[in-house]
Design a protein around this ligand. Structure first.
Ligand code: CTP
Ligand code: K
Ligand code: MG
Length: 181
């Protein structure tokens, strides 16, 4: 498979996992998921993980998956190779897994004494991949196996941090995010 093709499939297949974090940033606010509770001295998750941000993030990922699925035949035709349509379970795994990964990362950040907004290099850029891919594999193994070849997974692991750093830098410059990571 040509590298361009692999990159296109990786990017397209991961879009429903990329969008939830950005949607959550725009929608965030309101009740924190941990309800303000602490574990030991530290918050369980912190004020940066809210019900509204999480719900809007998952909804945005699911909606995007539906749009991409509708566009898939046209886009595949135009590209000359197939990009994936999303089954409901694949979409749920990608969008839900992305938000879950982000929440688990905050849990780890608090346990390691990091305040809300502190960076955790590596984890910040890949938390949602680490949870969304296994979750997709669990929810719809056939779909996962069809689209996530070893090459596609490798591209995802390299491409995601680059996209993450770029989009967060833009969001920071636009004043949408408090920190550039
Ligand atoms: N956000 C949210 N709910 C989520 C994820 C994000 O409401 N599940 C919103 C919050 O307003 C959050 C902002 O998006 O402050 C930025 O997200 P993120 O960088 O993940 O959170 P941080 O504020 O940096 O908090 P943490 O240190 O826990 O990652
Ligand atoms: K994060
Ligand atoms: Mg942050």
């Amino acid at each position: 498979m040509a590298i361009i093709e692999t990159i296109a499939i990786a990017f397209w297949a991961m879009l429903p996992a990329y969008v939830p974090n950005n949607a959550a940033v725009l929608a965030g606010g309101g009740q924190p998921i941990d309800g303000g509770r602490t574990w030991g001295e530290k918050r369980v998750l912190g004020d940066g993980k809210t019900w509204r941000g999480t719900a809007v993030g998952v909804a945005a990922g699911l909606a995007l998956a539906a749009v991409l699925t509708a566009l898939e035949p046209t886009v595949s035709d135009a590209l000359g190779f197939a990009v994936p349509g999303f089954t409901p379970l694949a979409a749920l795994g990608l969008a839900g897994g992305a938000m879950l990964g982000d929440i688990l990362a905050s849990f780890l950040k608090r346990r390691t004494g990091r305040q809300r907004g502190a960076m955790f290099p590596g984890l910040d850029q890949l938390d949602f991949v680490v949870v969304s891919l296994p979750l997709v594999g669990l929810l719809d193994f056939e779909w996962f196996r069809e689209w996530f070849s070893l090459e596609v997974i490798l591209v995802v692991v390299v491409l995601t941090p680059i996209l993450h750093v770029t989009t967060n830098m833009i969001a920071y410059k636009l004043g949408l995010k408090n920190e550039p990571w």
